[in-house]
Design a protein around this ligand. Structure first.
Ligand code: ADP
Ligand code: MG
Length: 705
């Protein structure tokens, strides 16, 4: 056991009983190896392949295909694997990237061909964002249908717009990359190498871009963006309530994935020296291929897309009895792909990487992530901190106020002209029979539902029209009656997502200075070293620089151990895990926690947003009396830290012990309000909720029905 809870003198955190099963922490080398071996293997394979196959035209050409496809699948994985959104139109971005990066930028705008990759990345992101803005408010299936439509109409659009940009019909790449720097290192006396030199050059560029893409995804998943994506994948509702701006994050994920696919398209264009839009069916078919490859390799993993793409491109090039697998499959390849998806879905839904991980976990079962030492957290990091502490004299007596709230479902008013005013620093209980509208009230406060009438005021400010994520960032946190944690993320990650609204970056002077410097340096370089005109050179430089110093750019380019905000987020998350007594489970998957601990985790996540008001929806439901006692202590400590609590609960002893004020709802109306003692003896409350003569019983057992 480590030092958890020791730093809070008022009440020690309840401890988690971990079975002492003799599990040891893994040795340091194993931890490091597990993190870096896949990357080292990828680099080693790429170098080996490039050197070993440079004399073989077929294989080096397959290699170019493989790295381009892998980049595209890495992109698709950002959207499908991490964010959980399926697009069947991404091949359109692949073609678009080829046009922008290899043709328009070079031939029409006079930019050096080497800048085509970066330009395609940014242009793909812009086009992706435009499409996503129009469809990311849609959920799951509907979004997929829009992307399908996008793929189908790309060809007609290309035809209709063929007058623009000097044409969208098939065009030749007239100015291939100048590979001289790479050729200098090739043994051109070897005739086969000399014959393949353009392909060899392209392969090395593609390999470098693939490593860059994987590196960016690696940084991404350890940033607030990546965690936000994963949270959206599992529960968009909980993500929004925890401060993740879900709509924008889906747009970002879509844009990023479109950008990576576009960049891959430039490699293909430089390879075939020709770009054209195929018919709709082919666009959809090729998009589906990316999905198949990501899925087979392992969705939502870093290595999966690479393994999937390499298997399907290089693997299908393997010669079996004089014919490659591709040649043998012929037109049946689509059927094969479809069959493979079904097989993977049934047998190995986690793909190759998921299964490798499982084998790895089995091999190293003697070691345990949970047994790794738990980081110590300072007092300050453990203490829940309402943000109102930093906001003085807003003059409003109530933290949170509902005025004349009405919400109807069909004809029924679930909340019927409710006025509630919650005083700062108190525990305010909301009780009432099942179906009386308590959860609906919380959903109205947190923005899950919009009120039909009435207002919601936080510190006197009307928040009634805001999105849930916005309200969370202003200081309203909640838990859900059904306990919505992100089960596939670790306990620590769950809490880290909760800090979302707190660690947003501000545009600082440093960032702007770095941006200006980058613009100047890159602009001069592009103009002087490449044969790019002054204006396009500086425009491209400005775009690159702005993208690099944006929030997203920093998350993609700077590794987490160099980012201060990541360090602070981790400290805070560990601190709050200590506060609720879950620190020792920090590295476990959240879904593996027992029910009671899942509730505590939800509270820790809510506290991570430094809320002024914490809304708890039946936190003790289904709990053993011992656990209810610990929960009571926890809520008391939260209140003592200065956070106002709205508590919905059926356990009457909990309510009576903790609350300063009790409001009773029945059929959506407030039927009583007062101190616990007043409410308990109110005849209306006894009749509607506690039941005649049930008072003592209710106190003992709670009246959950
Ligand atoms: P409580 O939390 O007090 O048990 P709820 O707020 O969950 O009650 O529900 C109040 C009433 O509103 C119930 O009659 C319920 O059926 C209705 N209701 C809640 N949410 C919805 C919804 N999304 N659609 C239709 N009716 C709903
Ligand atoms: Mg409820």
């Amino acid at each position: 056991m480590t030092v958890q809870g020791a730093a809070v003198p008022t009440a020690p955190a309840p401890s988690v009983a971990l079975p002492d099963d003799g599990r040891r922490p893994p040795p340091a080398w194993a931890t490091v190896a597990a993190r870096f071996v896949p990357g080292v293997l990828l680099i080693a394979f790429l170098i080996w392949f490039g050197l070993a196959q440079q004399t073989d035209r077929v294989w080096i050409s397959l290699g170019v295909d493989a790295v381009a496809t892998a980049i595209a699948v890495v992109g698709v994985n950002v959207l499908l694997g991490y964010t959980g959104l399926l697009s069947l139109g991404h091949y359109s971005f692949f073609v678009f990237g080829g046009f922008v990066g290899a043709i328009w930028a070079v031939q029409d705008w006079g930019v050096n061909p080497w800048l085509g990759f970066g330009i395609a990345l940014l242009a793909g992101m812009v086009l992706g964002a435009v499409l996503a803005l129009a469809c990311c408010h849609l959920r799951g299936f509907y979004l997929t249908v829009v992307t399908l439509g996008f793929a189908l109409i790309s060809a007609p659009i290309a035809q209709a717009a063929s007058g623009l940009f000097n044409g969208l019909t098939p065009r030749q790449v007239e100015q291939p990359l100048d590979m001289q720097p790479i050729f200098d290192h090739l043994d051109l006396k070897n005739l086969q190498i000399a014959a393949n030199k353009y392909l060899i050059g392209l392969y090395w560029i593609g390999a470098a871009l693939l490593l860059f893409s994987v590196y960016m995804t690696w940084n991404l998943v350890h940033s607030r963006y990546g965690r936000g994506f994963k949270a959206i994948r599992e529960s968009e509702l909980a993500a929004g309530a925890s401060g993740v701006p879900t709509y924008w994050y889906k747009v970002v994920a879509f844009a990023l994935s479109a950008g990576l696919v576009s960049m891959a398209g430039v490699i293909a264009a430089q390879n075939t020296l020709n770009v054209g839009v195929s018919d709709g069916a082919a666009m959809v078919g090729n998009s589906f291929k990316y999905v198949v490859e990501a899925f087979t390799g392992g969705l939502g993993t870093l290595a999966g897309p690479v393994i999937g793409a390499f298997t399907f491109t290089m693997g299908f090039g393997i010669d079996i009895g004089g014919k490659t697998i591709t040649q043998r499959l012929g037109t049946a390849v689509a059927l094969f792909d479809a069959a493979l998806v079904v097989a993977v879905a049934l047998v190995a839904p986690e793909g190759v990487v998921g299964n490798l991980k499982r084998i790895g976990a089995w091999v190293t079962r003697a070691y345990s992530g949970a047994a790794r030492p738990t980081p110590v957290a300072s007092d300050a990091m453990q203490r829940p901190t309402p943000r109102a502490a930093t906001r003085s004299g807003d003059g409003s007596a109530a933290v949170l106020e509902a005025r004349g709230l009405v919400r109807r479902f069909g004809g029924l008013a679930a909340i019927d002209h409710v006025d509630v005013s919650i005083a700062p620093g108190t525990v305010h209980a909301l009780i009432g029979p099942n179906g009386s509208g308590k959860s609906t009230f919380i959903n109205l406060i947190t923005g899950i539902y919009r009120a039909d009438e009435g207002r919601v005021l936080l510190h006197g400010r009307d928040i009634g029209r805001m999105r849930p994520s916005h309200r969370s960032r202003l200081g309203v946190a909640r838990t859900f009656q059904t306990c919505l944690i992100w089960r596939r993320m670790t306990v620590l990650e769950n809490v880290k997502v909760g800090t979302h609204g707190r660690n947003g970056r501000r545009w600082s002077a440093t960032r702007i200075a770095v941006g200006v410097f980058l613009t100047l340096a890159l602009g001069i370089w592009f103009h002087a070293a490449g044969d790019t005109d002054l204006v396009p050179a500086f425009l491209v430089a400005l775009a690159f620089a702005a993208a690099s110093v944006s929030d997203l750019g920093i998350a993609l380019l700077v590794p987490r151990f160099l980012r201060f905000d990541e360090q602070r987020t981790a400290d805070r998350a560990w601190g709050l895990l200590h506060f609720v007594g879950l620190a020792e489970r920090g590295r476990d998957r959240a879904g593996a926690l027992p029910f009671v601990d899942q509730r505590r985790l939800e509270i820790a996540r809510a506290l991570a947003s430094d809320p002024d008001v914490l809304l708890l929806d039946e936190p003790a439901a289904g709990m053993h009396p011992n656990d209810v006692h610990q929960l009571t202590e926890l809520i008391r400590r939260i209140r003592d830290a200065g956070i106002t609590v709205l508590l919905i609960e059926h356990h009457m002893d909990l309510v009576m012990e903790l609350s300063d004020t009790v409001t009773v709802l029945d059929f959506g109306c407030v039927i009583a309000e007062g101190t616990p003692a007043e409410v308990r003896t109110d005849p209306k409350v006894i009749e509607a909720y506690l039941g005649v003569g049930a008072e003592s019983e209710a106190t003992e057992e709670g009246v959950s029905t």
